[in-house]
Design a protein around this ligand. Structure first.
Ligand SMILES: *Cc1c(COP(=O)(O)O)cnc(C)c1O
Length: 361
């Protein structure tokens, strides 16, 4: 698929705002149209079951559950494992903490302890200092909400699509086990991490109790997300999914898109990564400040030096010229690559950006 063309001006649009902006391909739509369906409330939708089985197999977990969104996946995973009144270690820049309407507090009843995670990673020393293991004879503190959960994000969107690798996740698993914590992974872009690290996705989720991932981002499905973990966890999650209005009926139509995405689109994620790398190198050459070696997946964080002008003004001119990114945060612009942008599009977009940057005066 190539970038769309504007009707009026015949100008190309390069949409780097998010990898959620892909449209289902004709092949995916055909699969959806011919999906066998049933009532999933009665667990009689074969397409839903097939997607849940495929997910459990790919991730090496006992069972999986289709949910409406990554947000619902995180909410349901956490609510079904951690009783309210507890506290959680989260990344201060995580989607869960910043971009999910505060469900951890409002629906799960959980107090968040947010730590900074440069490059996507907690400082393990800092965590150990925060969550000291009490001596066996010490009386229980009645002051603090008991710590019961640690969440990671893989890849970490807010930190530039950085990957958490197996050794690091295993360290966190030890930390969690020593303190009897539930370990949850927001793996909205889990498969980007697996591809970038050249590991089996099941290796990355082996240390966690629960994981959620999005079908609607790099995988290119029109919606939906999956959660996976133990059979007991998924049974409990089914209950909480129902409570938050996520129980569905002939939803196999959606599951068919997800199944297609896992079978067909997973294998092209590496193209998004090489396109992101090419974009980063191109932006670097144009004078943007980018740590090119930190571009591991499909997200490029580009910082605009003063010489290249005012961020809001460049953003506006980029938009008018067909290069779409979200409004800048400070002097940072985020570019996300996806299946709607091929390598020619990256080159063409860089030409547009180059013209704007050079013609700034
Ligand atoms: C997009 C995203 C989510 C939420 O997914 P939705 O399907 O948009 O609700 C959760 N976590 C991360 C890291 C994301 O990027």
């Amino acid at each position: 698929m190539v970038a769309q063309v504007l009707d009026a001006s015949n100008e190309q649009i390069f949409d780097f705002r998010s990898d959620t902006l892909t449209s289902p391909s004709d092949a995916m739509r055909k699969r959806m149209a011919s999906a066998e369906v049933g009532d999933d409330f009665y667990r009689e939708d074969p397409s839903i079951r097939a997607l849940e089985d495929l997910t459990a197999t790919i991730l090496g977990k006992e069972d999986a559950l289709f949910v409406l969104s990554g947000t619902m996946g995180n909410l349901v995973s956490i609510r079904s494992q951690v009783p309210s009144g507890h506290s959680a270690i989260v990344s201060a820049t995580s989607h869960l903490h910043v971009n999910e309407t505060g469900h951890l507090a409002s629906i799960c009843g959980i107090t968040s302890q947010a730590f900074s995670t440069p490059g996507g990673k907690f400082d393990l020393g800092e965590l150990m200092n925060f969550a000291k293991i009490p001596s066996p004879n010490a009386p229980r503190s009645v002051l603090t909400p008991p710590l019961k959960l640690i969440c990671v994000e893989n890849t970490h969107n807010g930190e530039g699509g950085r990957c958490l690798d197996k050794p690091y996740l295993n360290q966190l698993k030890r930390f969690a086990d020593e303190r009897d914590l539930i370990f949850h992974m927001d793996g909205a872009r889990l498969f980007n991490a697996a591809v970038a690290l050249s590991v089996d996705p099941s290796d990355l989720v082996a240390p966690v109790d629960s994981v959620s991932f999005c079908l609607s981002k790099g995988l290119g499905a029109p919606g939906g997300a999956m959660i996976a973990g133990s059979r007991d966890f998924i049974e409990e999650a089914r209950h909480w999914r129902q409570m938050v209005g996520g129980g569905m009926r002939q939803s196999g139509i959606m599951a068919a898109a997800g199944h297609f995405a896992l079978k067909e689109n997973l294998k092209r994620l590496h193209e998004d990564h090489s396109n992101a790398k090419a974009l980063a190198l191109g932006l670097d050459a144009l004078g943007f400040e980018i740590a090119v070696e930190t571009v591991e997946t499909n997200i490029v964080m580009a910082f605009l030096p003063k010489e290249l002008g005012e961020p809001a003004s460049l953003h506006k001119r980029l938009y008018q010229s067909g290069v779409r990114v979200l409004p800048p945060k400070g002097n940072r612009l985020r570019f996300v690559t996806h299946m709607g942008l091929n390598s020619d599009d990256i080159e063409a977009a860089l030409k547009v950006i180059g013209r704007l940057v050079e013609g700034r005066s």
